[in-house]
Design a protein around this ligand. Structure first.
Ligand SMILES: [Zn+2]
Ligand SMILES: [Zn+2]
Length: 341
């Protein structure tokens, strides 16, 4: 089979390799789509992945082969995979907060766990989730990032009637937008400079989208909300956004950091004066099956979010392009698509 193999900082190669075989407790999946995640882009350019690893962790496909001792699954079943693996023994696993597991590993990220920028991938059967007919393949490849956004909204404690500002309308921001609405936010403003992303935010229900290069965001939001928003979400890694968010929320408002790669020069004294809560949100726990269920119910959409579908041969170029300011939103890799078709 063909797979995209990490070769060192900023470089990968499409290689021909033996297709995986389903060992005990495992299945082999024929990959339909694998999305490119913001963390793939960053870890690729920083050289974090182990050399020789097949990367890619946001995927769906059909079961191709079933290993010994696996029960309850059939060849041809449509599935997605929660790509994180925990040790099951550390204090965080024991207390149910296993996303903080001291040995947490992700398929397509960590040593010995080849991912899904490949025609086939193998996983533990325990990591599978059945895809109901109502969930399309495009949606299924987005369950993982949607689960990240779902956790961020839950951690924000949004209440009915709250006003929300979302910085960044990449896929995480666009899912936060939809979930914040489900959670009861009454007004949702999105801050996004790229026209294609702001258009997607409008399609998916933003009350208004502002271009930060031509709008004074804290001033505008203060006018619209009567003194500041209740909650701001950091779904952008732009260094200026954290201070802007602190300036944009009301006194005792909340700032939720969810996007990866955010670094910023901030003055924490403002947090003290305004009694602001700055809170992180990492990955997901039970949000993964919940995100799947929200797609099944039609409550979350990917309309306007899939900006490209590419073959494996274009993954390296896409990872490089996505590291620059971009109009792309979610790029899906279709490993079984033949190049040129
Ligand atoms: Zn991801
Ligand atoms: Zn653990």
């Amino acid at each position: 089979m063909k797979a995209a193999v990490f070769k060192g900082k900023g470089s990968l190669a499409i290689e021909e390799m033996p297709a995986p075989v389903a060992g005990p407790g495992k299945v082999v999946i024929r990959v339909t789509y694998c999305g490119i995640c913001g963390s793939d882009v960053r870890l690729f350019s920083e050289g974090f992945f182990p050399t020789g690893l097949v990367i890619g962790h946001e995927f769906c496909g059909t079961i191709h082969e079933i290993g010994p001792t696996v029960e309850g699954w059939s060849v041809g079943d449509r599935v997605t995979v929660m790509p994180s693996v925990k040790c099951g023994e550390c204090r965080f696993c024991q207390s149910g907060e296993w996303h903080h597991c001291v040995d947490l590993k992700f398929l397509g990220v960590n040593e010995g766990m080849p991912g899904a920028f490949a025609e086939y991938v193998t996983t533990n059967a325990s990591m599978l989730h059945h895809l109901p007919d109502e969930v399309t393949d495009e949606e299924a490849a987005n369950i993982e990032p949607c689960a990240v956004s779902l956790r961020a909204v839950n951690r924000s404690g949004i209440r009915v009637g709250d006003s929300v500002v979302i910085f960044g309308a990449g896929s995480i921001g666009l899912f936060v937008l939809q979930i914040a609405r489900l959670a009861g936010a009454s007004t949702i403003y999105v801050v996004e400079p790229a026209p294609s992303r702001s258009q997607a935010a409008s399609i998916l229900g933003a009350d208004e989208v502002f271009d930060p290069s031509s709008t004074n965001i804290p001033g505008e939001i203060a006018n619209l909300t009567g003194g500041g928003a209740d909650v701001a979400f950091m779904c952008s890694a732009a260094p200026s956004v954290l201070q802007q968010a602190v300036d944009t929320v009301k006194c005792q408002g909340k700032v939720i950091v969810v996007g990866a790669g955010l670094s910023a020069n901030v003055i924490p004294e403002f947090w003290m004066w305004k009694e602001i809560e700055v809170k992180g949100s990492f990955a997901y726990l039970d949000e993964f099956p919940l995100a799947l269920d929200l797609f099944k119910q039609g409550k979350i959409k990917v309309e306007g979010m899939i900006s490209d579908v590419i073959p494996l041969e274009k993954v390296q170029q896409a990872l490089q392009d996505l590291a620059q300011p971009t109009s792309q939103i979610k790029v899906l890799v279709q490993p079984n698509q033949k190049p040129g078709l």
